[in-house]
Design a protein around this ligand. Sequence first.
Ligand SMILES: [Zn+2]
Ligand SMILES: [Zn+2]
Length: 243
Amino acid sequence: MEINKNYLYSGSEAVLRWLYPRRCPICGNVVKDKKALACGGCIRQLPYIDDRYCFRCGKQLEDGAEEYCPDCRSRGHLFAAGRSVWIHGGPIGKAVYQFKYGGKREYGLFFAHEMARRWFPFLQANRIQAVIPVPLHKARYRERGYNQAGILAGHVGKLTGLPVYEKCLVRVKNTLPQKMLGGGERQRNLENAFQMADALPASRILLIDDIYTTGATLDWCSAVLLRAGAESVYFCTVTNGIG
Ligand SMILES: [Zn+2]
Ligand SMILES: [Zn+2]
């Protein structure tokens, strides 16, 4: 099985691209190759996570002999496992920032395509049945106009054929960005932040988010889904590292 490449060239995409030539999420220039989502030269320079990654959180490892990163060796997680495409930072970090805060929602297709392309075998091996984006609080949604994780999940769903449930999990607490807080505060910040708003659609779930940092957000979302009866929760993010 392969991902559905036709989605990239579907009718509405083609009209949109004719009106607004696609810009490369990395350098901002118009992408010359009509079938590409970013410039070839830019893509080649990006820090793709190679085959030495933590089996739990997907973080790039220096030493391919290790199975888990120091963080996952020292503590457990509630999600079963997750994978990311790139090491966070530099030009890809900037592109994700633009996608999240700069209104560049169109960058989501490039990110989601790389997620689906790289990790489709991982999704199949784990028999994923449904995709759920990490939700944004409604006040933030109003500010930003979109949930970046929802955009990614929508594209991943179309590319993999998996159903997406955007309204099943909600964020009921308008939390502070985790990076602004210390260790203990981070835990309290996310406590009771998420809730089910709808019945659990399936038992093997894939959560989608933009960046994996400590995994706290994904653990809290997993806790809620597991309590609602999920068998196991996996995740996929664009980047992995310090956000
Ligand atoms: Zn470029
Ligand atoms: Zn890890």
